[in-house]
Write a protein that binds this ligand. Structure first.
Ligand SMILES: [Zn+2]
Length: 487
């Protein structure tokens, strides 16, 4: 049946005056369906749709940016949540006076980056990224939960919103993520093929320009560092925003799985950073918040200590070392028994508990902002020394577990290691659980040996922890760790 013209919609025209005034048409609101972010692993398209939905629903404080395109032409998107901007009509007059001055470009502007704020309050931005490693789906949902909390639940989180600006990149590596969803759930790298070889993909968390050379140059490895620093479109996309926003960044958080730990730099060196106490305080605030929420126990410490290996070219080291952002952490989410992709029933639980910890860390970062002055910091420590010929950033000798990094400052890690004769590789298949049990045993024995010798674990002679028995499933010439623990 054809629609007929309703008489009520036709306005009567009375004389010339009526003809001169065009009817006022209210602006049409675009309706974008909201994907269910809390109970599903969304695909890349749905994630973009959710971001579009939020920009449409909360135009006064949410904006979306495309940072770049991947090899398979997918968008790397960032969402800016900035309650304290002058366009926010919900902001009270008093708060508006104290908000930093900003100039917003028109909504249709193709600016690739949020506006850099100038002035006293410039260090107020929290940057959260996830989805660098394709198979770590739970990191993506947790980042989306942060977005959900700061937008759809903004009244509950108004305290942090009134102090801080948030920029969240929930999916850094969409190509790898889609491949992991559809073809190989255990895929870690991106999907850019290497010319004249059969190998595909680079580990985006080894591709940043900080001691990049120390990473592995073997294309078949899961932690392949790439042809050169920033050779990958994903890392270039993130860099485009990080470099520009560097002066505004207060706290950078990288979400990964699975290790149930909150870690601070350095990854590439076993030396602790100058402000390790503040970083440790920050990490512990998140740990305590999560424990009070549901009793889950996180571990805290430096990356090189907790993963028991040195990792060069990671985004956290880049942000902390090159951009000199005051605070930067990695959060390895809990799914130890469940793998990288816990059942969908766990998504909201892990998301909510993590948000509790992340929010607490954001508050603490704000409180610590005046205590960290990195301008006067001396040069970065040298990279840890690698075994000759190995060329593998993941491979290193056993470093005993440290619980208190205080004494670590005195540890001399620049001493050349004594070459040990190489043993033939023996591959034994073990379950992930067995691997974890093995690591715990190894840590206990290292601690006991350190206590016996009255030395800090870091000061242990290398032979004390020998022989570093190998765990299967990982790579490098050092101790083998389960796949989830290498960031
Ligand atoms: Zn990871």
């Amino acid at each position: 049946m054809l629609p007929t013209k309703s008489k009520r919609n036709v306005k009567p025209t009375r004389g010339k005056a009526a003809l001169a005034e065009p009817p006022i048409v209210p602006p049409r609101r675009v309706i974008i369906p909201r994907p269910d972010v809390l109970h599903n692993y969304l695909d890349h398209k749905q994630i973009c749709q959710y971001m579009d939905y939020l920009c449409n629903r909360y135009p006064h404080f949410v904006r979306s940016y495309t940072l770049g395109l991947t090899h398979e032409r997918r968008e790397v998107r960032a969402l800016e949540i900035n309650w304290m901007n002058s366009a926010n009509v919900e902001l009270s007059q008093q708060l508006r006076q104290h908000s930093p001055p900003q100039v917003y470009l028109p909504a249709n502007s193709k600016t690739p980056c949020p506006v850099v704020i100038k002035g006293e309050q410039c260090r107020n931005t929290i940057f959260i990224e996830a989805g660098t490693h394709a198979r770590e789906w739970i990191g993506v949902t947790t980042a989306l939960n942060c977005i959900y909390q700061l937008t759809e639940r903004h009244t509950r989180n108004i305290e942090v919103l009134r102090k801080l600006r948030f920029i969240i990149v929930p999916l850094v590596n969409p190509d790898g993520y889609e491949y992991s969803r559809n073809k190989n759930p255990n895929w870690r790298k991106n999907r850019r093929p290497h010319k004249s070889t059969k190998f595909v993909g680079t580990d985006c968390n080894r591709n940043y320009d900080i001691f990049w050379n120390s990473g592995t140059g073997k294309m078949n490895r899961n932690t392949y560092k790439g042809e050169r620093p920033f050779s990958e479109p994903e890392t270039r996309a993130l860099r485009s925003m990080l470099d520009r926003l560097g002066p505004n960044l207060l706290f950078f958080l990288s979400l990964h799985s699975y290790g149930q730990s909150i870690m601070y730099p350095w990854g590439y060196s076993r030396d602790p950073p100058l402000f390790w106490r503040e970083l440790s305080t920050l990490a512990n605030s998140g740990k305590c918040a999560i424990k009070s929420y549901n009793g889950r126990e996180y571990r805290t410490g430096s990356i090189s200590c907790l993963t028991k290996r040195t990792i060069a070219g990671s985004v956290v080291d880049y942000v902390y070392g090159v951009l000199r952002v005051p605070m930067a952490l990695v959060m390895e989410l809990p799914s130890r028994d469940l793998g990288f992709q816990p059942p969908v029933e766990m998504i909201s639980q892990i998301g909510h508990e993590s948000w509790y910890g992340i929010r607490e860390m954001c508050k603490r970062a704000y409180d610590l902002r005046h205590q960290i002055q990195r301008e006067t910091e001396p040069a970065l420590p040298a990279a840890a020394i690698y075994q000759a010929g190995a060329g593998d950033g993941a491979g290193n000798e056993v470093v005993a577990m440290e619980s208190k990094p205080a004494a670590a400052a005195t540890a001399n890690t620049d001493e050349p290691q004594q070459a040990t004769p190489k043993k033939p590789k023996k591959r034994v298949k073990r379950s992930v659980r067995a691997q974890h049990e093995y690591i715990l045993k190894l840590q206990k024995s290292s601690k006991a040996a350190a206590a016996g010798a009255r030395l800090h674990p870091r000061q242990m002679p290398k032979v004390a922890s020998a022989p570093p028995a190998r765990l299967p499933g990982a790579h490098g010439d050092g101790p083998k760790l389960p796949l989830g623990v290498f960031l």
